[in-house]
Write a protein that binds this ligand. Sequence first.
Ligand code: ZN
Length: 71
Amino acid sequence: MKNIDKLPRDEQAEPGTGGGPCCVDPFAELPPEQRPAPERKNTGLRKTTCPECGLVYWTNRPTEVCIHCSS
Ligand SMILES: [Zn+2]
């Protein structure tokens, strides 16, 4: 009968220690323009196809001719 009062109470003694913030986005509170962009957003990059050789590539130049054909 004495064991009833001997239940471990340390499990809830320290809230917040159960799990680490491994999955928390550190930039979740920032507006989108202040977040570090993992994606190419404002770099001007676009996917295009070279009309000369048909190479599909990413470029930020106004021309669609790849560097191999423009040189
Ligand atoms: Zn080309």
